[in-house]
Design a protein around this ligand. Structure first.
Ligand code: F6R
Length: 610
């Protein structure tokens, strides 16, 4: 979603906050803006532009006079109001005294705006955020101090916010606050930084403070004062940030997405490192040690997640039930959080989230915690809110995922879910031992598939002009079909639907004709013959079919229009290996259709609003 950056120190603010904005651009990119306070002139200069951060940068080149050592900036993913200049942050009051950037949604902004408009406040944007500056203005005009006005403003607004606010007459402080939207303060020497995501700080400092919900900070050059909403000082911990600068560069790849798909083998190795010991027939998770006894008594697991992480959860459900024999449900977090649920005792809720900040998944964790349920996290971003709020958990250690479409995190999530199923199971029979060995050798198979990327580029060339696509699969091929279709629609804008193959004849097959291709996942497994029949049914209706299959017998060359082969793996690992060619296929189609695959329209990396 939106990204926030701020700087207060002894150096020029603009280069630093611009660098931070660029690091956050993958989170939202409808428009961007910044405000810098010049000490000498006692003025705040604000520059905003529609489009990418590069458009803001061009505008800044025309505005040479942007000197100042305190500034805030924002990259926007529009929620309230179109991505126009007037809706771009920072927002400010009529006296150009108060400047604010905001991530989240102020749910009661309409009521507040009506009241303020009746009092004579003139709004210039359609955003929910603008109420903040007018509320501040109103409290300052009533004679409150800056901090009092800030706290009073926060007490009025409902919803989610990560806020950074600067006041022209207060060149020593940036005011920040957090409620359900991440906010991090980076500590430097005689300078401090603010960001909605630590990835924007990694170039500047290794020490950060994660603001908690309901906390407010006055960030000065030297000091950081953190309180609650009643101005009572709050304890805070300075945490060391993991620095991994190499991973936030594209390197030799044209796009982050391609780079991240190519990291598939490595993320599996990282997921297994220190956890899977094939020779000892053992799987261990340090992060679950404290709850191990509780976990061994678990009667039901409910996986909550969104989007790609939800599809990983769907694969996880099949794996948990097959390998560990634990009844497992998977539910979209946005549904889980609002419906009344009947929990049985000894249930664990497992939240899966690459970012660890997805608003619905976080809310689902909180609902579970409020019901006294054990909560676990499977999270990639170290130190993220879900990682911190769950009772115990496992990190993916997949490294930063920058491309908006999730790729490597998906592979890592299913790998860890498979390892978890072995961890939760007492079974060490041949099937489980074979599975452990197969996980260990999976990276090599992924590398083999990646080495044939060119074949997928050729297939993408053949199929990229279609307007529609079905993805079908059965059993472990079903989550793969759903995720494959999601990848294609996100980064090519082709209408793509994922279905369980058995459902096709209950309606969707009505759409099939010579212009509606199907990608079928038909591997040499227990559902091979069933899949083959479904493909026959599509062929009988003249639908072009591209099949993902295994080599050798049942290779599908006789039936399919096109085939891409992958090596054979035990069924629970099929969703991992199958996804690599589907990611590449979607990637090449997106590129051929001229889409900015790393930053497709209307999407944002970290969905911190519901
Ligand atoms: C799709 C994609 C999204 C995310 C979803 C959940 O490519 O990236 O569907 O998977 O927004 O995000 P996380 O995993 O960060 O909770």
């Amino acid at each position: 979603m939106c990204g926030i950056v701020g700087y207060i120190g002894h150096r020029e603010a603009v280069p630093d906050i611009l660098k931070g904005l660029k690091a956050l651009e993958y989170r939202g990119y409808d428009s961007a803006g910044l405000a810098v306070l010049s000490h000498e002139e006692g003025k705040v200069k604000c520059v905003r532009s529609v489009g990418r951060v590069s458009a803001l940068e061009s505008k800044l080149r025309e505005n040479k006079d942007l000197s100042g050592t305190i500034g805030i900036a924002h990259t926007r993913w529009a929620t309230h109001g179109a991505p126009t200049l007037k809706n771009t942050h920072p927002h400010f009051d009529r006296k150009r005294e108060i400047f604010v950037v905001h991530n989240g949604i102020i749910e009661n902004y309409r009521e507040i705006r009506e009241i303020l408009e009746r009092e004579g406040h003139k709004f210039t944007s359609e955003t929910d955020t603008e109420v903040v500056v007018h509320l501040m203005r109103s409290f300052l005009d009533d004679g409150h101090t800056h901090k009092e006005a800030f706290l009073k403003t926060l007490s009025m607004i409902k919803g989610a916010y990560g806020l950074a606010l600067m006041i022209r007459s207060d060149p020593e402080t940036i005011y920040v606050a957090r409620h359900s939207s991440p906010l991090v303060i980076g500590k430097g020497e005689g300078e401090n930084f603010i960001a909605s995501d630590p990835s924007a700080l990694v170039h500047k400092t290794g020490n950060v403070i994660y603001l908690k919900d309901g906390e407010v900070a006055e960030v000065g050059r030297e000091d950081i004062r953190i309180t609650d909403l009643s101005d009572v000082p709050a304890e805070h911990e300075v945490v060391e940030l993991e620095r991994d600068l190499k991973q936030v560069q594209k390197g030799k790849f044209e796009h982050f997405m391609l780079k991240e798909i190519n990291e598939g083998a490595d993320v599996i190795r990282s997921a297994c490192r220190g956890r899977l010991r094939v020779k000892d027939k053992a799987v261990n998770f340090g992060g679950l040690r404290d709850v191990r006894n509780e976990l061994l008594k678990i009667k039901r697991i409910i996986i909550v997640s969104c989007g790609t992480s939800y599809y990983a959860g769907l694969a996880g459900k099949y794996i948990f039930e097959e390998i560990a024999g634990i009844p497992t449900e998977v539910e979209q977090a946005s549904e889980f959080r609002y419906r009344k649920r009947a929990f049985i005792p000894q249930t664990a809720v497992l939240a899966i989230s690459q970012s660890g900040e997805t608003a619905d998944t976080l809310a689902a964790v909180r609902v579970a915690k409020d019901s006294g349920i054990l909560t676990l996290g499977l999270v990639n971003v170290v130190g993220s809110t879900i990682a911190r709020e769950t009772d115990a958990g496992v990190y993916n250690h997949a490294g930063p995922e920058i491309s908006v479409a999730s790729t490597k995190a998906y592979l890592s999530q299913i790998t860890i879910l498979t390892l978890m199923s072995c961890y939760l199971s007492e079974r060490r029979d041949q099937e489980v031992l074979d599975l452990m060995e197969a996980i260990d050798s999976l990276p090599k198979k992924i590398e083999e598939v990646l080495s044939r990327s060119k074949d997928l580029e050729v297939l993408a060339d053949k199929y990229h002009k279609y307007d529609n696509f079905f993805y079908i699969g059965r059993k472990y091929g079903y989550p793969t079909a759903l995720e494959g279709a999601l990848k294609l629609k996100e980064i090519s804008y082709i209408h793509a639907e994922g279905y369980s193959a058995g459902e096709m004849k209950h309606g969707p097959i009505a759409l099939v004709d010579g212009n509606f291709p199907t990608l079928a996942i038909c591997l040499n497994n227990g559902v091979f013959e069933k899949m083959r029949s479904n493909i026959e049914e599509i062929k009988a209706r003249k639908g072009p079919v591209l099949v993902l299959s295994n080599e050798g017998e049942g290779g599908m060359n006789d039936l399919a229009d096109d085939v891409f082969h992958i090596p054979r793996v035990p069924e629970p690992l099929e969703p991992i290996l199958s996804m690599v060619p589907l990611q590449l296929f979607a990637y090449y189609i997106g590129v051929k259709r001229g889409v900015d695959v790393d930053r497709p329209r209307n999407l944002a990396k970290s969905v911190t609003v519901e």
